[in-house]
Design a protein around this ligand. Structure first.
Ligand SMILES: Cc1cc2nc3c(=O)[nH]c(=O)nc-3n(C[C@H](O)[C@H](O)[C@H](O)COP(=O)(O)OP(=O)(O)OC[C@H]3O[C@@H](n4cnc5c(N)ncnc54)[C@H](O)[C@@H]3O)c2cc1C
Length: 465
């Protein structure tokens, strides 16, 4: 039996950052991973948001072979099946209003998971953590009502006053620690993905920095298309359909839906332009919680990453969240060891900090914003919203069929006709605005009232207080 200060189960992004942080803080840390190498069993292609470099500056020095920078993002709105052609498409650059420089520079960097996971695990080892591969954790060791070690399939026992469960969505450690059996039906989504090999020159020429694209069609959940340096990852079904299926308590068939959507002409044209060759088919689960999960600790034990259910509740982004929670958990473990208190109340500090951090804050607005997707999941509303976008852009900007003076005058009729839709959207945004920015919003409303009064005075009108 070997003893450590901290044992981390799982060498995904959450586990590796936990082990790396612990080693940097001078703890003797052990990381146990069931796979042959870190990232072997994880979803292959993915996009890491610029929050990663903001919070983990060492990532700025990393240049993986599969990496592509995403300074543009594109959403495609398609017509209903069987046509499924482009009706409205929107490419956006980053906003200059984003609060940190990396976020103003780019949205995401795309890459293959084995490269990132391997790099993070190796960095943890370089910092002093120990990594054991091909080691499946199957049991937990308890002492005085607290977790104090783990057992492996091979019969080894490892001891530590704190154990971190970073073993992903199907977390066995969560169950063994008595925190839950497994995530409930409505706490997970299933995603299917197809990975394609593409020649790098083609990807550079066709995609360049527009490497994170989404496709939506009425009645379909939507698909994401992520382009790496020399690969494409198409996955779904997206959030809207997961929500609709959840709302009507009916499970959709993700594999069927993804394949049907991949066959739509705009995606096929992209794949042809890229000379994409199918390479791998994958099916994965992902936690997707309606509220921040507080059942993530007990005496001597904390859950991080997917095991804790922290993926962001609107788009289900989870790698930065796993890394962030891994670091917080390791810091809490370090504090607990210094104080000689690994009780549940000591571990609770991790949960409180995570809830107050940007990871937890996402659950304030993210879940409410899902109602927008719920609305768009209705094929009729989706069509109306697409009509609105098409009508506005055609009549206000891109009209070459009629005199501008005629088409521009359609603005108010278009807005008026779409009032129920616009009010529906406002009904989703207004409570979030009031909850998150109540005071400043009230001040702005007062300011608008003041300006209105001033204008009325100047023009000789009367204004009610
Ligand atoms: C299809 C798909 C696409 C995604 N795309 C994105 C994206 O673009 N951007 C983004 O930010 N997020 C994305 N995510 C979410 C992201 O993949 C997860 O949130 C992230 O992997 C969570 O990291 P983790 O370290 O918590 O868990 P994981 O990455 O799941 O790592 C858990 C590790 O624990 C190991 N393990 C499990 N059980 C045991 C055991 N008993 N003993 C030892 N080892 C064990 C596993 O082998 C694994 O290596 C996507 C998810 C899916 C499914």
């Amino acid at each position: 039996m070997e003893s450590y200060d901290l044992i981390v189960v799982g060498a995904g992004p959450g586990g590796s950052v936990a082990a790396m942080t612990a080693a940097e803080l001078g703890m003797k840390a052990l990381m146990l991973e069931r796979a042959n190498y870190p990232g072997e069993k994880n979803a292959s292609g993915f996009a890491l948001s610029s929050k990663g470099e903001r919070d983990f500056p060492f990532l700025k020095e990393v240049e993986f072979p599969s990496m592509r920078i995403g300074r543009r993002t594109q959403a495609h709105f398609l017509s209903p099946p069987p046509e499924m052609e482009e009706r409205f498409s929107m490419v956006t650059a980053t906003s200059r209003r984003i609060s940190y420089p990396e976020g103003r520079d780019y949205f995401v960097k795309t890459m293959y998971r084995p490269e990132l996971d391997r790099y993070l695990a190796e960095r943890a080892v370089r910092k002093g953590a120990e990594l054991r591969l091909k080691t499946l954790v199957t049991g937990m060791v308890w002492e005085a009502g607290k977790v104090c070690g783990v057992r492996t399939e091979g019969g080894e026992e490892y001891r530590a006053p704190v154990v971190i469960g970073a073993d992903g969505v199907m977390s066995m450690t969560a169950r063994m620690a008595g925190l839950r059996e497994k995530f409930g039906r409505d706490e997970v989504v299933s995603l299917c993905t197809v990975d394609y090999a593409v020649p790098k020159e083609r990807a550079d020429a066709v995609i360049h920095e527009n490497c994170f694209q989404t496709y939506f069609a009425p009645g379909f959940g939507g698909l994401y298309l992520i382009v790496m340096a020399d690969g494409v990852h198409v996955g779904g079904p997206g959030v809207t359909n997961s929500l609709v299926s959840r709302a009507v308590r009916k499970r959709i068939n993700p594999a069927k839906e993804v394949l049907q959507m991949i066959n739509c002409p705009p995606i096929q044209r992209q794949l042809t332009a890229l000379d994409a060759r199918p390479r791998e088919w994958q099916a994965h689960m992902l936690p997707w919680m309606d509220q921040f999960n507080r059942r993530i600790y007990t005496g001597g034990f904390m859950l991080v990453g997917d095991a804790a259910g922290v993926p962001e509740p609107l788009w289900a982004e989870g790698v930065w969240q796993a890394m962030y929670s891994g670091r917080l958990a390791a810091e809490t473990a370090h504090e607990a060891l210094q104080e000689g208190d690994t009780s549940a109340s000591s571990m609770q500090r991790y949960c409180d900090r995570l809830e107050q951090s940007p990871v937890g804050q996402e659950f304030i607005a993210g879940v409410q914003l899902r109602q927008l997707f719920e609305m768009l999941g209705d094929p009729v509303i989706f069509d109306e919203a697409t009509d609105l976008l098409v009508d506005l852009s055609n009549n206000m900007l891109w009209n070459c069929q009629e005199p501008k003076a005629v088409s521009i005058n359609r603005l108010f009729p278009i807005l008026f006709e779409n009032l129920p839709l616009l009010m529906g959207m406002l009904r989703v945004y207004a409570p979030i605005l009031l909850e998150t920015g109540g005071d400043s919003l009230r001040k702005r409303i007062e300011m608008i009232k003041g300006v209105a009064a001033m204008v009325a005075q100047m023009t000789g009108g009367e204004v009610e207080a």
